[in-house]
Design a protein around this ligand. Structure first.
Ligand SMILES: Nc1ncnc2c1ncn2[C@@H]1O[C@H](COP(=O)(O)OP(=O)(O)OP(=O)(O)O)[C@@H](O)[C@H]1O
Ligand SMILES: O=P(O)(O)OC[C@H]1O[C@](O)(CO)[C@@H](O)[C@@H]1O
Length: 334
């Protein structure tokens, strides 16, 4: 599926992707699913708490990657994320602009407390350690950038997944309307777009209708990750917030970009937004696009079922995406 999607987007220009309607994300799921092959996903499926995607991420992260572990009482472990304040001393903070937003200011306790964390395992025994926790996502009362100081960029890498354009749109509209950020740049065609391609300014007007289309309006690619060239480009363009949407390879790429940013002492926030059509991310219930993938796969299965029923000894075989996860398969109605 990935190769079908990537080649279909990489041949079109950044401008035409914004102008022309395309359904490449969803229709290519159909396209792939309607080709019949055998399914082996179920034999490799895993629903254990130590999901393969997470293990892969942890084990094969970049050489320099050292997890930030904080131990607390009763066996509490926080597997933390790195922060600008780890390497930039005395970083000033500012009040979150959301506090003046009429839509939010009336809601009490809207902000996430800096010490809020989420447990990996919800069920624990009375005497067992409290276990691994992750930082809770959400808006903080204090932020580290002033609105007019922010120059953000967004890049999409790896294979397609339904919902990529919605995520791009939400970042742009969220930054504009909620945080008063006016400078957001789209990077064309994945990581290599940082140094080899065009960029496009993203505004709420530009992204207004993109959530109705499949694929990614920014284009995507595999390969082309030259860390120092990417960080040179970030530095040259004065970018200080980098939103990176992609799978495990992309997030390993984000991790090395962060390492380089840290090494150079830059005030640049690197944000990884996990994309997987396989829904194999622990802790969260659903990764974006998974429900659409389930629905579209169901259509292919229904079509194969009709075909198989219509002839004597007919067999319909549908191969689904899912690699070691198998969740796409298990969510189908028989
Ligand atoms: N270990 C790594 N270090 C730096 N960059 C990487 C690494 N692995 C992958 N990348 C870069 O990340 C981008 C996307 O990687 P990849 O093709 O593996 O897709 P992915 O993000 O895993 O998505 P998918 O789930 O669709 O495969 C590519 O530009 C690739 O060069
Ligand atoms: O091309 P490969 O290695 O078979 O990988 C395909 C796998 O990649 C994904 O598209 C994304 O993880 C899976 O859904 C799919 O099973």
């Amino acid at each position: 599926m990935d190769s079908v999607n990537v080649s279909s987007t990489s041949s079109s220009s950044l401008k035409s992707r914004f102008l022309e309607p395309s359904n490449s994300g969803i229709s290519s799921i159909k396209q792939f699913s309607s080709v019949s092959f055998s399914s082996s996903s179920s034999s490799r499926s895993s629903f254990s708490s130590g999901s393969p995607r997470k293990d892969t991420l942890m084990a094969s992260s970049t050489e320099n990657f050292k997890p930030k572990i904080v131990n607390g009482p009763a066996g509490y472990v926080l597997q933390d994320v790195p922060h600008l304040s780890d390497y930039i001393p005395d970083l000033p903070t500012y009040c979150n602009p959301l506090q003046d937003n009429p839509a939010y200011s009336v809601v009490k306790q809207y902000f996430v407390h800096v010490d809020d964390t989420v447990p990996q395992k919800i069920v624990v025994h009375k005497n067992s350690p409290r276990g691994i926790h992750f930082r809770r996502a959400g808006p903080r009362q204090k932020v580290y950038f002033e609105s007019d100081e922010v120059h953000a960029c967004i890049v999409t890498c790896g294979g397609l997944c339904p919902g990529l354009n919605t995520v791009i749109r939400e970042i742009v509209c969220g930054l504009y309307h909620m945080y008063g950020v006016k400078k957001v740049l789209g990077i064309d065609g994945g990581y290599r777009g940082f140094y080899a391609k065009n960029t496009v300014p993203l505004t709420p007007k530009v992204v207004n209708d993109i959530h109705k289309r499949g694929g990614t309006v920014l284009g995507t690619s595999r390969g082309g990750h030259d860390t120092s060239k990417i960080v040179d480009s970030i530095q040259d363009r004065g970018i200080n917030q980098v939103y990176i949407i992609g799978g495990d390879g992309t997030l390993k790429g984000a991790s090395v970009i962060y390492e380089e940013v840290r090494k150079r002492g830059l005030k640049v926030a690197v944000v990884g937004i996990p994309k997987t059509i396989d829904n194999d991310i622990p802790v969260i219930d659903r990764s974006f696009g998974f429900d659409t993938a389930v629905e579209e796969a169901q259509r292919a299965i229904n079509a194969a079922h009709v075909e198989a029923e219509s002839i004597e000894n007919g067999i319909g075989v549908v191969k689904l995406m899912g690699r070691y996860s198998g969740k796409l398969l298990f969510c189908q109605k028989p």
